[in-house]
Design a protein around this ligand. Structure first.
Ligand SMILES: *[C@@H]1O[C@H](CO)[C@@H](O)[C@H](O)[C@H]1NC(C)=O
Ligand SMILES: *[C@@H]1O[C@H](CO)[C@@H](O)[C@H](O)[C@H]1NC(C)=O
Length: 853
């Protein structure tokens, strides 16, 4: 037993280290109203492009391109439809594609072309086409250029593209069947270049991202701008019983012009390497890259590459974020060893490290200082030796290892799809990389990770219908920062922080959001980038130390409620604690309330059963959260309960209880609220419990209406939205308890009748076995009740027989107790005080848990 616990504990500790904890806050659609863009009959909002100076967001969907206001995307400015010609559509469907879904024009490329035009490409019924979109008139120029190599044929195929100085670099597939992968450049003044169609170059890649990294000006190496591609492909270097997927980073140089004879019209600078995302603690390997974001901030020493990974190996259902520094990547390409294929046993090839002499200039390098010193000024005059080498050895042996040699974040039961990273300078002067990671279920996680911890500050429900997030875009230039997310059915715009929803100083600090700080004068939690020159005033403690908060106690009150109820009824008091990392406790007239059944039940809400005048007073619900070894409490809700004197006659009960018992009334409370929003319905503080009557048998329930006076504080509406109703759940629990008792009754009866020989035996065994020890705790007590009852009957009927292993009984009966979770919350004190248990059985009955091992 102890051993098992230890193992469980260890597992727990290990897990806590290896995986990110649950997000602290969750914002539902009802908490925050996000701005949405959706047009009837238009789907697949898959391409987003932001023009920051024009403040316009361009959206490429199926057969249409929109321009919307970037500050409020619901405000559409322009649109242009781009439909497939009927002949093309016919042709496409003749080739066996679906006319309704595939033979349409999915906009896949939306890139800035010049000041007044965009470059756009669409799948165009499996005949990809590109065009120029003139922005003033918002009309397509009808250029109808062949889009092969720039845009996929199949809308289901992956692709990526980036526009660099007017040239389009794209990773996609070149043919109708999608079998020929390609990374190519379409340029007006530079030559068209592409990858060699060969397995060592690209092997069934799934492209996810491409971006340019500019070489620093005046760098001594005389290096070139580089375009990086990220994809997952089938490994050539590893053997596996099946195709082994592997995440890759590849790069080409902007100044590449191809070779003169060898590698004519092909990249002479194409090199690729393996990206490592591996969690050494638990040996989890993440081998599929789903998205990449390159953080390029002027304050950063060098760009940081953030990748979102999942796995097809041992850890399906987990996702990880790994980050890489650009210098690590560059070192691999500029200094690392190459791989080469060696033929073993005839046709079988194996990839091994190349240890021979590497030709000069270094194969795959840009035309840098070294090449220029050797009088090579262009890739066109590079020696054949170098070119042939890079043609045969595009894969590096060295791997790109993540910063810190481990993932930044690992999360379970989630599939991350997209990532963007914002950098925010907190008031303490340090910069934080805030990761926004979307899931395939329409959720956005906002996470922070450093050497000490990884944590998810909050999760935002972007798409309540759980649509997968297809594309994510960050607008980070202004003080008003936004995240735009596209799905198959809509685009949504979300702010980067929800500071104003954090209503108390403690809550504002405990959230530890680098965007948020407490403004003592405004008495609200504010977005630091939207405030000016108040830095010294604002309170921001990213370590979560809320002790600087002025008078933290009362600020947290979201609601203060006043009820007047009749004696004998059951009252339910709500406590909505937003933080999932907090625990809740209650006070009654400023003293800690011991929540023991059957007087009190706690299940999200506090239930007070059979109220008497002594229960009148102030109930306060507190949330308690520990951050960095400190514990902070804040008042969440305050309820004032008044008991109405009732003229109802008192019924003396037959039970041996010291409390006065009054007819239990089934009551329905109505929250009388001054606000009229429909969302308030979820805040109804208390509801009826029909089932509670079972606890006081022989009393017929009557229904009476009761007035509940509710006084909402000014901020009540916003805060009220936090509340979710737990009433259904409480009712369920009550029902479970009833069924539990009914089951007991049935069991006793059946046992008495001798219908159930086996359980009887077990109870009997348990009884005999358990005489040795008598520790009394709650579980023992409960089981004691059950088992004694049965045992008595059993012995009378002599339903004993073959002995069973004693420890069987304990586990056999456990599920029965497990149903009524609430009853487990009581402790020794209940057992002593409580006498009105069903069947009037006392818990003191000497009885041991059969768990003798
Ligand atoms: C386009 O959207 C529709 C509607 O949600 C979806 O069923 C379909 O799979 C999407 N197609 C692509 C290629 O994303
Ligand atoms: C490069 O060219 C210059 C002049 O054209 C010549 O003087 C120099 O020796 C050459 N260097 C090499 C390494 O060939």
């Amino acid at each position: 037993m102890a051993g098992y616990l230890l193992v469980a504990l260890l597992c727990c500790l290990l897990r806590a280290e290896a995986f990110a904890p649950e997000s602290r806050l969750t914002w539902q659609e009802t908490d925050i109203s996000l701005i949405r863009f959706q047009v009837q009959e238009v789907y697949n909002y898959s391409t987003l492009l932001l023009s920051e100076d024009k403040d316009i967001l361009y959206i490429g969907a199926r057969e249409v391109i929109f321009a919307v206001n970037a500050q409020n995307i619901s405000e559409q400015k322009q649109e242009v439809y781009w439909k497939v010609a009927e002949v093309k559509s016919e042709e496409c469907s003749r080739k066996g594609k679906s006319k309704q879904t595939e033979c349409l024009n999915y906009i896949r490329v939306l890139q800035p072309f010049n000041e007044t035009a965009l470059f756009v490409c669409g799948t165009n019924a499996f005949q990809p086409m590109c065009d120029i979109l003139e922005l003033n008139s918002f009309k397509l120029m009808g250029k109808n250029e062949d889009g092969r190599g720039r845009c996929p044929f199949d809308p289901a195929q992956t692709y990526t593209s980036v526009m660099v100085d007017g040239d389009l670099y794209s990773g996609t597939s070149y043919t109708f069947l999608g079998s020929e992968p390609i990374i190519c450049r379409h340029s007006q003044h530079l030559s068209y270049l592409r990858t060699e169609y060969a397995v060592p170059w690209l092997n069934e890649p799934r492209f996810v991202h491409a971006d340019v990294i500019r070489a620093p000006v005046n760098n001594p190496e005389g290096d070139d701008d580089k375009i990086y591609f990220f994809f997952t492909e089938v490994s050539v270097e590893y053997e596996f019983f099946n195709k082994l997927l592997i995440p890759r980073i590849a790069r080409v140089c902007k100044g590449d012009q191809g070779g003169l004879r060898t590698l004519q019209k092909k990249w002479t600078t194409f090199l690729k390497a393996r990206l490592i995302c591996h969690s050494p603690e638990n040996n989890l390997i993440f081998n599929v890259v789903n998205d990449v974001f390159i953080l390029k901030s002027p304050t950063l020493k060098e760009p940081i590459i953030y990748g979102v990974f999942t796995s097809h190996l041992n850890n399906v259902g987990m996702s990880a974020i790994c980050s890489y520094s650009l210098s690590t990547v560059e070192d691999v390409f500029s200094k690392g060893k190459y791989m080469q294929s060696a033929t073993v046993e005839q046709a079988h090839t194996k990839w091994v490290q190349f240890n021979g002499e590497i030709p000069k200039p270094r194969p795959g390098a840009c035309i840098n200082r070294e090449a220029k010193e050797m009088n090579y000024t262009s890739s066109l005059n590079l020696p054949d030796k170098t070119l042939q080498f890079v043609k045969d050895h595009p894969l590096m042996d060295e791997t790109v290892t993540p910063i810190g040699k481990r993932p930044k974040l690992v999360h379970q039961n989630v599939t991350y799809t997209q990532i963007v990273v914002d950098q925010v300078k907190a008031l303490d002067g340090s910069s934080y990389d805030v990761m926004f990671i979307s899931t395939d279920k329409g959720i956005l996680h906002k996470a922070i990770s450093n050497d000490l911890e990884m944590r998810i500050i909050e999760e935002i429900v972007l798409f309540p219908d759980h649509q997968s997030v297809q594309t994510l875009l960050l607008a980070d230039k202004q003080s008003k920062r936004y995240i735009y997310a596209g799905s198959n059915t809509e685009v949504v715009q979300s702010p980067v922080a929800f500071c104003e929803k954090l209503t108390s100083c403690t809550e504002c600090i405990l959230t530890r959001d680098p965007y948020c700080a407490w403004h003592p004068v405004k008495n609200s939690c504010v977005h630091i980038l939207e405030e000016s020159n108040t830095d010294r005033l604002l309170i921001q403690e990213l370590n979560g130390d809320a002790s600087r908060c002025p008078d933290s106690a009362d600020k947290g009150i979201r609601e203060s409620m006043r009820y007047k109820v009749k004696a004998g009824s059951t009252v339910e008091l709500k406590c909505s604690c937003k933080s999932k990392l907090a625990s809740v406790f209650w006070t009654f007239n400023d003293e800690t309330l011991n929540i023991n059944p059957p007087k009190y039940l706690l299940h999200g809400t506090l239930m007070i059963i059979n109220v008497t005048e002594r229960d009148a007073g102030t109930y306060q619900c507190w949330s308690q959260e520990s951050v960095m070894d400190k514990v902070f409490s804040q008042l969440v809700m305050k309820h004032v309960l008044e008991i109405e004197k009732t003229p109802l006659p008192l019924t003396s009960t037959t039970q041996s209880t010291t409390r006065r018992e009054e007819p239990l009334e089934t009551t329905r409370f109505h929250t009388v609220s001054k606000e009229t929003t429909t969302k308030m319905s979820t805040t109804q503080a208390a509801t009826a419990f029909v089932g509670v009557t079972q606890l006081n048998n022989k009393i017929t329930p009557t229904i009476s209406q009761m007035e509940v006076y509710s006084s909402m504080s000014d901020v009540g509406v916003g805060k009220a939205l936090y509340l979710t109703n737990n009433n259904d759940c409480s009712l369920l629990i009550i029902l479970v308890i009833i069924f539990f008792f009914l089951f007991l009754l049935l069991l006793t009866y059946n046992c008495y009748k001798g219908f159930l020989p086996t359980p009887c035996l077990k109870f009997r065994d348990a009884m005999m076995h358990g005489k040795k020890k008598t520790p009394l705790n709650l579980k023992d007590c409960e089981q004691g009740v059950k088992e004694t009852l049965v045992e008595k009957v059993c012995t009378e009927n002599q339903c004993g027989g073959a002995q069973k292993a004693p420890h069987d009984t304990g586990y056999e009966t456990e599920p029965d107790c497990g149903n009524g979770n609430i009853t487990h919350k009581d402790d020794d004190t209940t057992a002593e005080n409580e006498t009105d248990q069903p069947f009037d059985v006392k818990c003191e009955i000497k009885y041991a848990d059969s768990d003798g091992d």
